[in-house]
Design a protein around this ligand. Structure first.
Ligand code: SF4
Ligand code: FES
Length: 356
């Protein structure tokens, strides 16, 4: 099969983060500051990514503003001709810093929001963060940069979906992502506490539909329902190793941001192997590329190039086999696992994210 070049790079500059969100999808064991790549190493990663064909760079984390070399990295990616997006909690995003980043070529800001009001948002973030986010959004708009607001939905904030849409409107967002929690990393620990109810999903659906229609010319709303309740899995990563690669703070290169969850996957590191070798030739990127690896029922299924058999990380976490059909699929022999989880979920308090 012909392997297309990657379009996007998710550059996880650091795992350090001022928030403690219980839904965090970063691994339980975070990369420590001492093990983060240096500025020169990240510069090399960006150059290699552009040489490979990458056009969009998402500077993420953790909180990328925690890296003092962020301006140099933004400038380098932008000078290479990449569209540079900052994925941030907004904490530390002052007018001075954003003016500097915009002057170096930053093209877009993606701001996380945890709730529709300060009480909810600060409870989920584990710190008083909400007022900083409102201020950060205002700065983004003053500097006339495009703004995406990201909200992770779960049982505690799902009823706020209408108010969250209003908040994003007030913030002047061009795009709003309302995505239900994906259960990886720390978030998997809190699945019982975070899983929305079927009633919550049913109540949210008409609210989102009406707002999507009302705001059609003003703000794009992307709504991702909890896939445990779906008939078919999501087309995770548009297929494994097909469009984007993730580089972790220590240089590990992942076919998807959550791939470190797959204990059986041998990851390569950009400090010892060239990025193009990893993209085209590594065991990890080739493991689930295309459709040849698929078992039944995916192999003979008409949807195999629609959802690519679903999410490999979820398949591994729920069945122990990353090559299994995603158990979310109603055709999967393991769908009973998902149904049991839904039936047995008992509301509980979530455990806030801690570093260790
Ligand atoms: Fe997708 Fe596989 Fe289910 Fe078909 S059987 S819908 S390809 S996950
Ligand atoms: Fe890893 Fe879906 S999150 S393949």
């Amino acid at each position: 099969m012909t392997i297309p070049p990657p379009l996007g790079l998710l550059a996880e500059l650091t795992h350090r983060c001022p928030l403690h969100c219980p839904y965090c999808s970063n691994p339980i064991e975070l990369v420590t500051r001492a093990n983060e790549m240096t500025t020169e190493q990240w510069i090399s990663v960006l150059t290699q990514a552009r040489d490979l064909g990458v056009l969009q760079v998402h500077m993420s984390g953790g909180e990328p503003l925690a890296r003092h070399d962020l301006p140099a990295l933004v400038a380098h990616a932008s000078d290479l001709g990449c569209y540079v997006n900052l994925v941030t909690s907004g904490l530390g995003l002052t007018e001075e810093r954003l003016t500097d980043l915009a002057g170096r070529g930053l093209a877009h800001v993606q701001l996380s929001v945890q709730g529709a009001d300060a009480a909810m948002a600060n409870r989920i973030a584990g710190v008083r963060a909400h007022h900083h986010k409102l201020a950060a959004a205002a700065v983004v708009k003053r500097l006339d940069l495009p703004l995406t607001v990201n909200v992770v939905l779960h049982r505690a904030n799902h009823h706020q979906v209408g108010a969250l849409i209003e908040l994003a409107e007030q913030m002047g967002a061009d795009r709003l992502e309302l995505a239900n929690t994906q259960y990886y990393g720390w978030g998997l620990r809190n699945r019982d506490a975070l899983m929305p109810t079927a009633d919550q999903l049913a109540a949210a659906e008409p609210v989102v539909r009406a707002a999507t229609e009302r705001l059609r010319d003003k703000m794009l709303i992307v709504y991702v329902v909890s896939d445990y309740y779906s008939e078919y899995p999501k087309p995770c990563m548009y297929g494994w190793g097909s469009r984007q690669l993730t580089v972790a703070p220590n240089g590990d290169v992942l076919p998807c941001p959550a791939a470190s969850a797959i204990a059986t996957l041998k990851l390569d590191n950009v400090l010892s192997t060239a990025l193009s070798d990893i993209w085209y030739r590594s065991e990890s990127f080739n493991a689930y590329r295309g459709t040849d690896w698929m078992p039944e029922p995916c192999r003979g299924c008409a949807r195999k190039e629609v959802d690519f058999g679903g999410c490999r990380c979820q398949a591994f976490l729920l069945t122990g086999d990353a090559a299994a059909t995603d158990p979310v699929c109603t055709k999967s022999p393991a769908r009973g696992i998902v149904d049991r989880i839904l039936a047995e979920t008992t509301p509980s308090e979530f455990v806030m994210r801690v570093s260790r």
